[in-house]
Design a protein around this ligand. Structure first.
Ligand code: B12
Length: 211
C-alpha cells in the first residue's frame, strides 16, 4: 500500500486533523482516486479506532477526535465524491434515529446520494419519529433513509415506520434502513422497504425505490 495511505491511517487514529487534510490532498496529487483514499486511508484508520474502542483500548473522547479527523479528510474529498451538475432525481430525508449520535456512515450515505443527483434533507442525529414524519409532509419527500449504529436504537426505526403509517403516509414514502448492526432480515421484520449495507449500494437501492 502507498505510504501516504498508511500515514493517513496512523494520523487519523491519532486525531491529527491538519495532517490528515494535508495527506488527503497529497494523495490526490499523487494520482490516487477519491474512492481509494476514502476506503484504504480514512475508513481503514477509523476501522482500527473501532477495534481498539471495542477492546477498551480507546475511549469516547479519543474516538471523537478520530471522527473529527475523518470528517476533515472527507471534507477534502467531498467535491470529488459528490461530483457536479447532477440533476435532482428525487427528495430524500435522511437521519440517525432517536437516541443515536453516530453520523459518520449517515454522512457518507448522504454524500453519495447527493453525488448521484438526489436532493437530500439531512435531519442530523437523534431524530425522533415525529420529526421524520413532519419533514416528509413539509418537504414532500419520496424516501426516508434511517441510520442506527446501536442495537438499542434500532427499535426506533420500527417506531418511525409505525408513525408514518399512523400519519397515513406509508404508501407515499419508501423506507430505506442501514447502519452496522442493521440487517436485511431486521429491515424486513420492521416493514422497511429495503436495507443497504454501504453507501454505494444505498444509492442503487434509492434509485430502485424511487425511480
Ligand atoms: C465513531 C464511533 C463513536 C463516536 C461517534 C462519532 C460520530 N460523529 O459518529 C462516539 C465516540 C460519539 C461514539 C459513542 C458511542 N458509541 Co460508538 N462507535 C463508533 C465506531 C468506532 C465507528 C462507527 C463509524 O463511524 N463507522 C464508520 C462508518 C462509515 O460505518 P457505518 O456507520 O457502519 O456506516 C456504513 C454502513 O453501515 C452504511 N450505513 C450507515 N448508515 C446508513 C443509513 C442508510 C439509510 C443506509 C442505507 C446505509 C447506512 O453505510 C455506511 C458507509 O458505508 C463504532 C465501531 C464500529 N465498528 O462500528 C462504535 C460503536 C457503534 N459504538 C458503540 C457504543 C456502545 C457507543 C456508546 C454507547 C459508548 C458509550 N458507552 O457511551 C456511545 C453512544 C452514543 C450515542 N448515544 O449514540 C458500539 C455499539 C454496540 C452495539 N451493538 O450497540 C460500537 C459498535 C463499538 C463497540 N463494538 O462496542 N461512538
Amino acid at each position: 500500500m502507498s505510504n501516504i495511505l498508511e500515514q493517513m491511517q496512523k494520523d487519523l487514529y491519532s486525531g491529527k486533523v491538519e495532517e490528515v487534510k494535508k495527506e488527503v490532498k497529497k494523495a490526490l496529487d499523487e494520482g490516487l482516486s477519491a474512492q481509494e483514499i476514502l476506503n484504504q486511508g480514512l475508513l481503514k484508520g477509523m476501522e482500527r479506532a473501532g477495534k481498539d474502542f471495542k477492546a477498551g483500548d480507546l475511549f469516547i473522547p479519543e474516538v471523537l477526535i478520530c471522527a473529527k479527523a475523518m470528517h476533515a479528510g472527507v471534507d477534502v474529498l467531498r467535491p470529488l465524491l459528490v461530483g457536479s451538475g447532477a440533476t435532482m432525481l428525487g427528495k430524500i430525508v435522511i437521519g440517525t434515529v432517536a437516541g443515536d449520535l453516530h453520523d459518520i456512515g449517515k454522512n457518507l450515505v448522504r454524500m453519495m446520494m447527493e453525488g448521484a443527483g438526489f436532493e437530500i434533507i439531512d435531519l442530523g442525529v437523534s431524530v425522533p419519529p415525529e420529526k421524520f414524519v413532519e419533514t416528509v409532509i413539509s418537504k414532500g419527500a419520496q424516501l426516508i433513509g434511517m441510520s442506527a449504529l446501536l442495537t438499542t436504537t434500532m427499535p426506533s426505526m420500527k417506531t418511525t415506520i409505525e408513525a408514518l403509517a399512523k400519519a397515513g403516509l406509508r404508501d407515499r414514502v419508501k423506507v430505506l434502513v442501514g447502519g452496522a448492526p442493521v440487517t436485511a432480515s431486521f429491515a424486513e421484520s420492521i416493514g422497511a422497504d429495503a436495507y443497504a449495507p454501504d453507501a454505494v449500494s444505498a444509492v442503487d437501492m434509492a434509485r430502485e425505490l424511487i425511480m
